[in-house]
Structure formats: structure tokens, C-alpha cells
Design a protein around this ligand. Structure first.
Ligand SMILES: Nc1ncnc2c1ncn2[C@@H]1O[C@H](COP(=O)(O)OP(=O)(O)OP(=O)(O)O)[C@@H](O)[C@H]1O
Ligand SMILES: [Mg+2]
Length: 212
């Protein structure tokens, strides 16, 4: 459903099924990198810091299949955590860009962000995360990102998402964030959605309700 070089945003209150939907959507990608500060992703190769990853990436960035998962040791919201994530993203982004510039045909890499609010705020976004969502197509990067509090994430996500899935929401501020997205006037339906259902719209599909 998510094509190469697209951005999908998944939103909804705690336990509404965001991670389950994210994993289902990610399953069509063969090269997957998961940013999971809550350490809930149990499969894949687990990395605890940038240096472990950069050593591995050096040998494996051309692999056809992998699932790399970040359970970083640095404290969330700390400057070290932000710097480390930005370095990781820079490495992935620049590798993809270099291959594209060299005219090499290389497969797409999916970046999956669990709880996107750890990686940006309404007013700030990691420079290399911004690059990934704005110009990631040149580097052959797709992004799936989920969050329970969209009011706490950066506006670039709603503005650039090719797909928006929104489950149950309770806060008006979160509905207001969604009003600026593809869901537009349909956003208020999120106050009354049944469990595990998502309001969905893409740049190609009209508004609909989906359930896994
Ligand atoms: N479509 C579904 N049908 C039935 N159960 C589901 C469905 N989707 C998810 N669940 C179950 O609901 C629980 C919460 O799902 P999940 O972890 O995907 O939600 P979440 O929105 O990511 O939660 P959190 O906010 O805690 O990260 C899990 O036990 C999961 O197995
Ligand atoms: Mg989750």
C-alpha cells in the first residue's frame, strides 16, 4: 500500500493499534530500519548506539533484506539522544543519496518511527529527519511514523504525508493538527471511531475507514 519514497503518518490514542498497523504496512519493504525508543520491537538486529550501527552499516548497506532496530541507550529527550538519531539518519540518507548520484539502481529503505514525538517537537525537527521526509525520494527512503499525540509533532509531517491513518483521539489539539492534513474536514470523525479502526486518506484514495 505504501509505495517507494512515500511518507505515511499513523496517529491515535494509546493502544488503538498504531504499532500493529505500522508493522503490517512495513511488511512489504525488504529493508527496514526501526526507531523504537520504547524498545517494544523484539525482532531484527538490535543496536544500542550509533557506533554499533555505523560499523554494521559499513558492511550491510547494500543488502537486499534486513531489519535493523534502534533501542538507544542515551536518555530520551537528551541532547545526546537527538544527536545520535541525527547521525544515524545522516548516514542512511547520505548513503542513499550517493548511490542515486552515482546512477546505481538500489532498493528502497523504510524508516519506521515508533512514537514520533521523541524525534521532533512542533518547533524543531532533526535536520536529517527533515531531509528524509522532504527529499528522501532522491535517497530512496520511505517513512512510516506513528504517534499518540500529533499536537506534539512537527508540522512538516502532516504537510508532506502521502498517507494519513488516524485512529481514536481524545484531544481537540490533535484533531486540529489533523485538520491541516489530508484528512481535513474528516478529522473530527476520530472522536468517535471504533477500536482498531482508522480514518484513512491518501493523495490518491478518497476518505475511507479502514480496519486491520
Ligand atoms: N486490529 C486489531 N484487532 C485486535 N487487536 C488489535 C488490533 N490491533 C492491535 N491490537 C491489539 O491491541 C493492543 C495494542 O496494539 P498496538 O500496540 O498496536 O497499539 P498502539 O497504538 O501502538 O499502542 P501504544 O500507544 O501503547 O504504542 C495489542 O495487544 C494488539 O495486539
Ligand atoms: Mg505503539
Amino acid at each position: 500500500m505504501i509505495q517507494d519514497n512515500e511518507l505515511a503518518l499513523i496517529i491515535g490514542r494509546r493502544g488503538c493499534g498504531k504499532s500493529t498497523l505500522s508493522r503490517a504496512l512495513a511488511a512489504t519493504f525488504h529493508r527496514e530500519i526501526v526507531f523504537d525508543r520504547m524498545k517494544e520491537t523484539k525482532d531484527g538486529i538490535i543496536f544500542r548506539n550509533y557506533h554499533q550501527f555505523s560499523r554494521w552499516w559499513n558492511d550491510h548497506h547494500g543488502d537486499e533484506n534486513f531489519k535493523a532496530v534502534f533501542h538507544l541507550d542515551s536518555a530520551r529527550h537528551s541532547e545526546a539522544f537527538h544527536q545520535e538519531n541525527d547521525e544515524i539518519l545522516r548516514l542512511i540518507y547520505e548513503t542513499g543519496l550517493r548511490k542515486t548520484d552515482q546512477g546505481l539502481d538500489h532498493p528502497t529503505t523504510l524508516l519506521l518511527f515508533e512514537e514520533l514525538q521523541f524525534y521532533c517537537t512542533p518547533l524543531s525537527i532533526l535536520p536529517n529527519l527533515k531531509e528524509a521526509i522532504l527529499t528522501g525520494r532522491h535517497a530512496k527512503i520511505s517513512v512510516i511514523a506513528n504517534t499518540q499525540r500529533p499536537a506534539n509533532i512537527h508540522g512538516d509531517f502532516k504537510g508532506n504525508a502521502h498517507h494519513v491513518f488516524a485512529g481514536q483521539l481524545i484531544h481537540k489539539a490533535d484533531i486540529d493538527y489533523l485538520k491541516g492534513s489530508l484528512l481535513a474536514e474528516h478529522a473530527t470523525v476520530c472522536f468517535s471511531l471504533p477500536a482498531f479502526s482508522f480514518a484513512y486518506r491518501s493523495h490518491e484514495m478518497p476518505f475511507t475507514i479502514v480496519k486491520l
